[in-house]
Design a protein around this ligand. Structure first.
Ligand code: AMP
Ligand code: MG
Length: 412
């Protein structure tokens, strides 16, 4: 019995638990999920400072200032960013101030240099042609966060701005969830390494690299195993080692019903097999199991099926292991650029290319020549065209759903 895609996915995710946390240096937190709330060790801003280059003034002195009625103030100091403000601005006085410099005592606003002009003798007096509100162009101490306040929360993903917040709040390192170590195994007597020229009947082991790249793209750490021949003992040994070393096992090949497809019996003898068929295409033969508590996902060896199966089942599982809550890529509705026919019984996930037909309409067409050039088609595509079970013919112009591979799960 084939499982529905939803049920299969539910079961895959059901086997996965968020991994433990580790402390990493600040920059390595990029793209990871915070395991702790982050608090600031200082006020930010740490002191009242100028948001503009100009003059620190007392707003009351400039009441009524305008182009026709400029107000002259005595300039008593120049305060650069990085200096400590030691002067005090009294009534009728101003201090030249640079962006980021501390606002001196007595001043309660900054007037932009653009609204001022100098009076002779050069630099001693300034004419201001604009009134200012109390507090104008001053960034207040503690305005962004007060000392001890929370700037980031556990469960949030760390982007470049969060890295900046960690730095601003004194965190040289931080606790994030561990990246899953993912064993990538390719089984098949026909496979040769990338450095070899395939002899008669042999092909290069491309899946190992495609899948390792997908693991990396999903935030995991791939452990590529040597090619595993179609022999039960060799498969058993590789699976055992994988379960000992990895948080998740991805295998390709040998999950079908061919004479030399030993993955399922070996999985059953070492651990448990949970399902082995999903009502989808490509990738009808896909196997979920566990060995010593480590989730195992067996993809069909066909490069397209492996790629799609990983995207639908393995990628969300790896995200869950990393503590991510968004597990689904955004979907969109597009109009089919041409007719597509399929078997009615299964759901199809076809590599396709989404383009913008006009301002508010997307168009989708199959990418490349799918059975003949699977990796080229996948490379040229930017989405998966989802065609539901129950229908076999989709005429040109039909509204269809696509999964946007060009967008991350956190997009809306
Ligand atoms: P299997 O799932 O073992 O029946 O393999 C299905 C198809 O995928 C066959 O044409 C295999 O030659 C091909 N294949 C299997 N493993 C790989 C691999 N690691 N890289 C590229 N193609 C593969
Ligand atoms: Mg095979």
């Amino acid at each position: 019995m084939s499982l529905s895609v939803e049920e299969a996915r539910r079961q895959v995710l059901g086997l996965c638990r968020r991994l433990d946390a580790e402390r990493v240096p600040l920059l390595q937190a990029l793209g990871r999920v915070l395991a702790v709330d982050v608090h600031s060790d200082i006020d930010i801003a740490p002191f009242d400072n100028a948001a503009m280059d100009g003059f620190a003034v007392r707003a009351a002195d400039l009441a009524g200032a305008g182009n026709e009625t400029p107000v002259s103030l005595e300039v008593i100091a120049t305060i650069a960013a990085g200096s400590a403000a030691t002067v005090s601005v009294g009534s009728g006085q101003a201090a030249r101030i640079m962006t980021g410099a501390p606002v001196p005592a007595g001043a309660d606003a900054v007037v932009m240099v653009e609204h001022t002009s100098h009076e002779e003798p050069e630099g001693r007096w300034v004419q201001v042609r604009r009134a200012v509100a109390d507090g104008e162009h001053i960034r207040r101490r503690g305005e962004e966060v007060a000392v001890g306040g929370r700037v980031l929360s556990a469960g949030e993903a760390v982007g470049p701005a969060a890295v900046g917040l960690l730095a601003a709040t004194g965190h040289a390192g931080i606790q994030v969830y561990r990246r899953p170590r993912v064993a990538v195994l390719s089984t098949g007597d026909e496979l040769v390494e990338v450095t070899e020229r395939p002899g008669p009947g042999r092909i290069r082991n491309s899946n190992s690299y495609t899948l390792a790249a997908q693991v990396l793209a999903a935030g995991g750490v791939p452990i590529r195993f040597p090619i595993v021949p179609d022999e039960p003992e060799a498969i058993r040994a590789a699976f055992r080692r994988a379960a000992a070393e990895a948080d998740f096992i991805v295998a390709s090949g040998g999950v079908s019903v061919g004479d030399f497809d030993y993955v399922k019996p070996v999985l059953e003898s070492l651990g448990e097999m949970i399902f082995c068929e999903v009502a989808m295409r490509p990738g009808k033969s896909q196997t979920l199991g566990a060995i010593d508590g480590v989730p195992f996902f067996g993809l069909s060896g066909s490069p397209t099926a492996a790629l799609v199966g990983f995207e639908i089942f393995v990628r969300p599982a790896l995200r869950l292991l990393q503590g991510r809550s968004a597990l689904d890529r955004p979907r969109a509705v597009a109009r089919l650029a041409h007719e597509v026919t399929k078997k009615a019984d299964r759901r199809y996930f076809l590599r396709a290319r989404l383009t913008r037909a006009d301002e508010d309409r997307l168009s989708v067409a199959l990418a490349g020549s799918q059975p003949a050039a699977p990796l080229t088609a996948a490379h040229q595509g930017n989405c998966l065209l989802v065609l539901p079970e129950g229908t076999s013919r989709f005429p040109a112009g039909t509204s269809v759903e696509v999964i946007r591979l060009d967008m991350g799960e956190e997009a809306i």
